[in-house]
Write a protein that binds this ligand. Sequence first.
Ligand SMILES: Cc1ncc(COP(=O)(O)O)c(C=O)c1O
Length: 401
Amino acid sequence: MAFLADHLKRIKPSPTIAVSDKARVLKAAGRNVIGLGAGEPDFDTPDNIKQAAIKAIESGKASKYTAVDGIPELKAAVARKFKEENGLDYKPSQITVGAGGKQVLYNAFMATLNPGDEVIIPAPYWVSYPDMVLLAGGTPVEVVCKMEDGFKLKPEQLDKAITPKTKWFLLNSPSNPSGAAYTRAELKALTDVLVRRPHVHVMTDDMYEHLVYDDFVFTTPAQVEPSLYERTLTINGVSKAYCMTGWRIGFAGGPEPLIKAMAMIQSQSTTNPAAASQWASVEALTGPKDFIARHNRIFKERRDLVVGMLNQANGIRCPVPEGAFYVYPSCAGAIGKTAPSGRKLATDEDFVTELLEAEGVAVVHGSAFGLGPAFRISYATRTEDLEEAGRRIQRFCGNLK
Ligand SMILES: Cc1ncc(COP(=O)(O)O)c(C=O)c1O
């Protein structure tokens, strides 16, 4: 339609939302559907965090605009978090707060990308990265990280992907959708490449930092290679570990001129994130954190349950991921087979469509994340539902001809 802007043609609706919509339609029609598509914890926001927001509302602190990119109390709490958890020194003027990690990423791309600027994105990737880059006028450069390599980028691959036009290398560890997380040594191998390529900036999306299992130790690029500090934007937020996806608070630390530019974009688009959510986030970052370990014990049990069940399904191969709350099994062994409906499974999208129709299990196809044939399961779901979904997937794969 001539009325709509041309840049809309560059992007597509989120495939993860499309799956949830399809599942909702089936549910409304009375089908028993288990949704494993959502990227958010099934746990509620801890009570002390809710109370901090209620107190802010009742005392009038949530009624008015705040500083565009965060109240001083939240910036101070974020600075302390970066220092204590990541060994990174950021002054308040180097910190920005937005409406979720998503807005922070978007601000960063809008503030830095000119036409032709390239952003290296390891695949499988979070679905929003390439579209955000495109919307901001840049060029996503996808580099496939194979299952055999643990879905992790190798230093040679990074080196090869860098061109004179590379502006950012975007890293996400632990990863949505694969759950893969880089060890310190693996990160160091990548940062060694970047040390030799001074024109490349590093955007690290550490959103799943706290969701790691089996004694995995999380590290972030500027911590592993301090000489990259001046050209790194370290992004994080409260959505996942603090069970606060609905509150919409994300933040980043980075070089002051970049942080200022990002605040300017935000000032001319959305202004401050909701004040009550900012006060809740102060409590999240400074209050008790024991619930994180409690949740992680449950997540780890669920991960092991799901991986075990998937590896017993015909044609499915599922590695054990280090973190986040996703598993990313290959369904290569099912491709080319015929579903009970008579449809031949030519792609992973066919696989997930037939799985939903035959067994009422909603998952997202891997090609949406840039690497197939595979699919993503979120195990941030009730354990009983995961057990039932595992049984249904086994039955579906067993019935393929
Ligand atoms: C890798 C990754 N980064 C960023 C986000 C955005 O998080 P937020 O809800 O804080 O915008 C998500 C959410 O799914 C994610 O998976």
